[in-house]
Design a protein around this ligand. Structure first.
Ligand code: BGC
Length: 763
């Protein structure tokens, strides 16, 4: 298969017979709009023996199930919550003159799949010659509408090439669906569970409606389906207990295209009071407006999206495609309704069960904060929505007050069963605060801080203060896990302690600022924060212990890290897959080996905490012992390599990271896209090559250009003003496109950007 070079169209040609390739393409060519996601399965299905993941999901829509375990301890979760495969509305089977269209028989030519990121549609087209020699040309387009989120539209077109005859179509909507599982892989582990029960099946004229409920979590969803045809058809709807089949028949003429449009509406009880009524109402509206209207709206929406965030690298179209694919992936995955967020795999697959992690604030939020701040604010709104549950979780985990956000969640409750690399990752609360503060510094949105942000920052600061302890004048944080999941439950993880310090400092700062502005009272009434707590926060932050090794001039990952054996990296076979899938986890923990950037990530977020020489030494030290088994890693190494002026290395890490899904580099794209990595790819451009850091003192740029590129152009939204950055080998131009002048620092010189400035490139 070939990838096309058009930078907004991902294209693959050549019929994909291979099971693994089918799985990957189901992910790459999925349709999603932040609310619902549909994997790119074949409408007509697959022959016996193929194992693919047929799925349609609603963001945040989950079922719960009890975890059965022999040994249970207080604080360990007893229930899990998974995003469910909710319905199947993508099935369409075809018979031409009695022969079933099955690409695995007969002959397939001109096969092509595309994802058009400007039109917002995927397509699959081919010419099929049946075993009896009948030839048809088929073109199927699919769209998850950004304008009407519950709408998923399939436009199925067929043209006989060497005959005229009868075409039969069976278009199915089914509630008989299951989630995929694979017990050998922790990312999609589980067992075959029934998550949904169909409770209502109804065909009314030419409209089919199904209502299902989750078996334990008490949620409901409805799907309503209707078709529109280009010519006369005969049509019968047949219901059984769990599905509705629309049997359609029409005459097709040689050389003439016939078209069937399948409108599906999915509504769920997290967002709608009466799911059935709402699905039917929206279906009427969707059909009445017609597909042309929805296609047009889709393009309009995307035009605006790209206008605000497009990046163009001159000299590398392949890279542009992967960058656009990353940005589009983030857009498709972002739940903006307050009850959902961005899953680790977006809405493209079942990996990580649709759960939300620190990934959002640390990896995906920067893209939105820097290009579409209104979207960033909505994403942050989710944390506020689950703040009460975070308070309950804190108490459960032994903290008398404060808010401890769950490590992974879909409904606000902790969902990680394996505590050492789950709930022990306390840094998530520091990460959420970091995301909030970066959003505030980028946008200047003080209202958000007053309404939601300050409360979260103070409640999380309370956890750090309770978690740590003063010992010999220093504040220590024990028994936590940092980002590196190959080193668990340790004392004084450097990254964690720095995020805690930042959290405590900002809680105090916001407190003082609110007080100064006379805006503290409401918050004080609500959470009872006191002056003496604030004093405690400041003292703990000042006294925060940060591990440092003088001899090596590096920051050890934690107190015990350097005393461990070093894993023999040369012994890891090429392409062997993640260490954790081949070794007992506690065995890994006893070694110096990292799954992902940890201290190196801290050096990026808090670069002023250490000398440049220490950052360099740390980078070189950890580089040798990091497997990058997590896709969240290479982008961060790229950013620090760029900071250190190591252009080639920065480029190599970035190149790998940006093509993770397109190249299936982590070997698990079948389970879904890697949304954090997609955000990380964007970060590697902006924080890496443009060298942007957002600090209290303003916006600081240090652009460098990899030798492989001729130039780069992109837009950012800083403090509500839109600026364009245009760098080539010699110069970097900053132009104010819209809004008030913005102060920026480039290579440590300060400029008031009111029109345009040009700076000589130094790297
Ligand atoms: C990483 C975590 C990440 C999670 C979800 C894991 O493999 O180690 O840092 O949050 O994946 O993306």
């Amino acid at each position: 298969m070939n990838n096309s070079t058009g930078s907004y169209v991902l294209e693959k040609t050549g019929f994909e017979k291979d099971n693994e390739e089918l799985l990957i393409n189901e992910t790459l060519f999925h349709n999603a709009n932040g609310y619902q996601g549909v994997r790119g399965n074949f409408e007509e299905g697959y022959p016996e023996g193929y194992d693919t993941i047929r799925g349609q999901y609603i963001n945040g829509f989950y079922n719960s199930y009890k975890i059965s375990t022999e040994e249970w301890h207080i604080g360990f979760i007893q229930e899990k919550h998974s995003m469910v495969n909710v319905f199947d509305t993508q099935s369409v089977k075809i018979w031409i003159e009695g022969e079933e269209l099955d690409l695995f028989t007969g002959n397939v030519t001109e096969y092509r799949r595309t994802l058009d990121m400007k039109k917002g549609i995927t397509s699959r087209s081919f010419v099929w010659e049946s075993p009896a020699g009948r030839k048809v040309s088929v073109r199927i387009e699919r769209m998850a509408s950004f304008e009407m989120l519950p709408l998923f539209l399939i436009r199925y077109r067929i043209c006989p090439l060497n005959f005229s005859g009868t075409v039969k179509m069976e278009s199915v909507q089914s509630g008989d669906v299951y989630n995929y599982f694979n017990q050998k892989d922790s990312r999609v582990a589980g067992e075959k569970r029934i998550h949904m029960r169909v409770k209502d099946v109804e065909a009314d004229g030419t409209t089919g409606i199904l209502v299902s409920e989750t078996v334990r979590s008490g949620l409901e969803a409805a799907c309503a389906v209707s078709h529109v045809f280009s010519g006369p058809v005969s049509q019968t709807l047949v219901c059984d207990e769990k599905s509705i089949t629309d049997r359609i028949e029409f005459g097709a003429e040689e050389g003439k295209w016939s078209c069937a449009e399948k409108y599906s509406i999915l509504c769920d009880s997290l967002r709608y009071a009466d799911v059935k009524e709402e699905a039917l109402r929206l279906l009427d509206l969707a059909v009445e407006k017609g597909s042309g209207y929805w296609y047009g709206k889709q393009e309009e929406f995307l035009e605006k999206f790209w206008e605000g965030c497009a990046i163009e690298i001159s000299g590398d179209e392949e890279l542009n495609l992967s960058l656009h694919f990353s940005q589009y992936g983030l857009l498709q995955s972002a739940g903006l309704d307050g009850v959902s967020n961005i899953g680790a795999k977006g809405l493209s697959g079942e990996g990580y069960e649709g759960h939300y992690f620190w990934d959002t604030e640390m990896y995906m939020l920067p893209f939105f904060s820097l290009t579409q701040p209104e979207v960033a604010r909505k994403l942050l709104g989710y944390r506020y929505h689950i703040l009460d549950q975070a308070r309950e979780n804190a108490v459960k985990m032994g903290h008398p007050k404060g808010a401890l956000f769950p490590w992974r969640t879909i409904n606000g409750k902790e969902c990680s069963y394996y505590y050492p690399s789950g709930g022990a990752q306390y840094h998530i609360i520091g990460d959420i605060t970091y995301g909030i503060i970066q959003y505030y510094l980028i946008t200047g949105d003080w209202d958000y801080i007053v309404e939601q942000g300050a409360e979260i920052v103070m409640e999380t600061a309370r956890i750090w203060y309770d978690l740590g302890n003063f010992y010999k004048g220093k504040f220590h944080i024990h028994d936590v896990t940092g980002p590196d999941e190959y080193t668990c439950v340790v004392n004084n993880n450097y990254y964690t302690n720095l995020t805690a310090k930042h959290n405590l400092i900002w809680a105090a700062k916001l407190y003082e600022k609110l007080k100064e502005k006379g805006q503290l009272e409401k918050l004080q009434d609500k959470i009872g924060i006191t002056e003496s707590e604030i004093t405690g926060f400041k003292t703990a932050a000042e006294a925060m212990y940060l591990p440092y090794d003088e001899e090596l001039d590096i920051n050890p990952q934690d107190d015990s890290f350097l005393s461990k054996k070093v894993w023999d990296m040369a012994s890891i076979p090429e392409g062997a897959g993640p260490l954790m899938q081949r070794n007992f986890l506690y065995h890994i923990y006893r070694y110096q080996v990292c799954k992902q950037a940890d201290t190196v990530l801290a050096h990026f977020l808090f670069e002023d905490e250490q000398e440049l020489s220490t950052i360099r030494n740390s980078f070189e030290y950890y580089e040798k012992i990091t497997t990058h088994d997590s896709s969240l890693s290479r982008c961060i190494f790229s950013i620090i390599a760029a900071k250190l002026g190591e252009k080639e290395k920065a480029y190599q890490y970035f190149d790998f990271s940006s093509k993770t899904d397109i190249n299936n580099s982590q070997k698990n794209t079948k389970d879904g896209i890697h949304t954090a990595n997609m955000g990380g790819t964007y970060m590697a451009v902006v924080y890496g090559f443009l060298g942007l850091r957002v600090k209290e003192g303003g916006f600081f740029f240090r652009p460098i250009l990899p030798d492989e590129w001729n130039g780069i152009r992109l837009d950012l939204c800083l403090r509500g003003s839109r600026i364009e950055i245009n760098a080539d080998r010699d110069q970097c131009r900053f132009s104010l496109k819209k809004g008030d002048p913005v102060e920026i620092h480039v290579y440590d010189e300060v400029y008031e950007l009111s029109d345009e400035i040009t700076v000589e490139m130094r790297g």
